[in-house]
Design a protein around this ligand. Structure first.
Ligand SMILES: NC(=O)C1=CN([C@@H]2O[C@H](COP(=O)(O)OP(=O)(O)OC[C@H]3O[C@@H](n4cnc5c(N)ncnc54)[C@H](O)[C@@H]3O)[C@@H](O)[C@H]2O)C=CC1
Ligand SMILES: O=C(O)[C@@H]1CCC=N1
Length: 274
């Protein structure tokens, strides 16, 4: 793993990755996170024992890897203010921002940077992250390995060779924890209507999702076969699945994922001015 990693931004996604890294054995003293407010940093410092700084330039001064973990809308301001420090140090830059392309961020940082774009997701916090990664031409094999190691510490890593595919990764994994949380909400509400206490319904729904995901991961059967195995002919599951198919659930999911990828592209256009 790289010697020193600095996270610019200490919000939901940065804390999820940092928490996962520490759980995987990374020494907290090698990690630094920044944010404008000392109050936000005090909480993360106390919880995770990492270094913190309100000064982005000071925090990247001796970093081998800089992870850009601020909202896309403020990325330009943050990068332009970091330009001189980055040009002096030339660390590996990893951006986790949705949409924004590597070339745009590289230009904001003064150009000629080794840039990895990463689309992670929040389950990184519990070691079950799923990240898509793309590297620009400046990234060496050794730096690719560093990025792989960093994100594998918190889950699985899939490299894509075409940058545009990161929008598809955003749709299938970056944003997708929210789809499953929506499913939990809906199942709990429906189970309460069927008479179960909310807490019981929530536990059963979550455990079932965990079981289904684990089975799908471990089985040599595809999801369609595993689904079929639950559906006794003329039984209860068949009725439920028939209802979902008639209600066009697949189309809803496809449309939602297309909207997600479209939004990533639109954000990139809006924010890069291209
Ligand atoms: N939340 C998620 O599930 C995912 C988020 N992302 C990407 O991660 C990035 C961060 O998202 P979240 O963590 O959800 O946002 P967040 O709002 O939780 O965190 C943003 C952080 O940036 C800090 N910040 C604001 N201005 C700053 C500045 N000038 N210098 C340094 N830090 C500054 C904030 O104090 C905060 O700690 C976004 O670009 C988003 O597209 C990517 C994948 C998943
Ligand atoms: O909703 C968003 O824009 C970010 C990117 C992927 C997940 N959260």
């Amino acid at each position: 793993m790289a010697n020193k990693i600095t996270f610019i931004g200490a919000g939901n996604m940065a804390s999820a990755i940092i928490g996962g890294l520490i759980d995987s054995g990374v020494e907290p003293s090698t990690l630094t996170a920044t944010a404008p407010k000392e109050s936000e940093l005090a909480a993360i410092k106390q919880r995770l024992g990492i270094n913190t700084d309100t000064d982005n330039n000071a925090a990247v001064a001796d970093a081998d890897v800089v992870v850009l973990a601020v909202k896309p809308q403020i990325m330009r301001t943050v990068c332009e203010a970091l330009r001189d420090s980055v040009q002096r140090q030339h660390p590996l830059i990893i951006s986790i921002a949705a949409g924004l392309d590597a070339d745009t961020i590289d230009q904001w940082l003064g150009g000629q940077n080794a840039m990895v774009r990463c689309m992670p997701n929040t389950p990184s916090l519990v070691g079950y992250g799923a990240s898509g990664l793309y590297a620009n031409a400046k990234v060496s094999d050794a730096q690719r390995d560093v990025a792989t190691q960093l994100m594998e510490a918190v889950g699985i890593v899939e490299w894509v060779e075409e940058e545009a595919l990161l929008d598809a990764v955003t749709a299938v994994s970056g944003s997708a924890p929210a789809y499953f949380f929506l499913m939990f909400e809906a199942m709990e509400e429906a189970a309460v209507k069927l008479g179960l206490p909310a807490a019981t319904a929530r536990r059963l729904a979550i455990q079932t999702a965990l079981g289904a995901a684990t089975m799908a991961q471990q089985s040599d059967k595809d999801p369609a076969t595993l689904k079929q195995n639950v559906m006794s002919p003329g039984g209860t599951t068949e009725r439920a699945i028939q209802h979902m198919e008639e209600a066009q659930l697949r189309t809803t999911i496809a449309d939602a994922m297309q909207a997600c990828a479209d939004r990533a592209q639109a954000m990139a256009k809006e924010l890069s001015g291209k």
